[in-house]
Design a protein around this ligand. Structure first.
Ligand code: DGY
Length: 321
């Protein structure tokens, strides 16, 4: 019997032997993802696709892959995939929820603390041999303890961020499409507020919502203007939830005090982006889930989804059919 054909769009941090027993596997080994045209040619005749958030899986690609029976994304977010087009062809789409919650919440806190206490600036200062003496007003930053933390999106990651705030005696407010699980609120000491109230009252605003038509450019001029001038803005979700030009304006005009982001629009950030010139902005290269164990778990889950799809079984972690 001929094995099903699978294309994996990058080298994964796990062992592929179980998949290889079952399928004829081609792995894209370059550091850069396959260009769209290359991907189009690779998906002709394949049964299963394991892809990443860097791959555009649109209607044309799905239509080109006439034998495709499963799309397995190694990420929790899947805004790069036209799920509607996949569903129309009854192709199941899988993702990797849960396993990256803690790593992403940890990185959110790393960025929050780095921005509040100006760690990146301090590191550059020291490496430049500018540390002359202890100075009463050297590199002063924001207090975290006792501050108000505003969480936008109160799903798995938003809640994990809230849990980490408990050691800092913070007031936690959140906004979400779902309101309100009173027990959860009590457990996490969190209070539901409107989006506007959250912006006005928070010392730290952090985004944990997926990118959808509703959240595209959720943050622009109006939203930054509602925030405190002392506020710090964190984004570990998706770059285009924020209008980047308005983020730049807010930071350069000191409309807000600082920001730390793990995601940009586009990715990678363009070499001429004005954001790169700002001292009050920390930028990480989309590493929210980048811990050894997390990435291995994500890869294993994606393979599990892929094998289930190839067997015609329901995907254990699915976003559609
Ligand atoms: C995801 O999974 O959606 C993250 O952005 C990458 O780990």
């Amino acid at each position: 019997m001929t094995k099903p054909k699978v294309f994996i769009t990058r080298n994964l941090p796990t062992n592929l032997s179980i998949l290889q027993q079952f399928a004829d596997v081609e792995v894209w080994l370059e550091r850069q993802p396959p260009a769209y045209e290359v991907l189009l040619s690779k998906v002709r005749g394949i049964d299963g696709l394991l892809c990443l958030l860097t791959d555009k899986i649109d209607e044309q690609l799905i239509e080109t892959a006439t034998n495709l029976r499963v799309i397995s994304q190694m990420a929790v977010g899947y805004d790069n995939i036209d799920v509607g087009a996949a569903t129309a062809r009854k192709i199941p789409v899988g993702n990797t929820p849960g396993v990256l919650t803690d790593a992403t919440a940890d990185l959110t806190w790393a960025l929050l603390m780095a921005s509040a206490r100006r760690i990146v600036e301090a590191d550059k200062f020291t490496h430049a041999l500018r540390w002359q003496t202890w100075e009463p007003d050297l590199l002063l930053g924001a207090d975290i303890t006792g501050a108000t933390l505003g969480i936008i999106g109160f799903g798995r990651i938003g809640q994990a961020v809230a849990r980490r705030a408990s050691g800092f005696d913070m007031k936690i407010i959140y906004t979400s499409t779902k309101c309100c699980d009173k027990e959860l609120e009590k457990k996490l000491n969190a209070e539901f507020v409107s989006f506007e109230t959250l912006l006005e009252e928070s010392d730290f605003v952090t985004i944990h919502t997926p990118l959808t038509n509703d959240t595209y450019h959720l943050f622009g001029k109006t939203q930054f203007e509602l925030m405190k001038r002392s506020a710090i803005f964190i984004n570990t979700a998706r770059g285009s939830i924020v209008n980047q030009e308005e983020l730049y304006n807010a930071l350069v005009n000191k409309q807000i005090a600082g920001a730390a982001i793990d995601v940009t629009d586009p990715e990678p950030i363009k070499s001429d982006s004005p954001l790169l010139s700002l001292n009050n902005l920390v930028i990480a290269p989309h590493i929210g889930s980048a811990s050894y164990k997390t990435r291995q778990k994500m890869a294993d889950m994606a393979i599990e989804n892929l094998i289930s799809g190839l067997k015609g079984e329901q995907l254990p972690y699915r976003v559609n059919v």
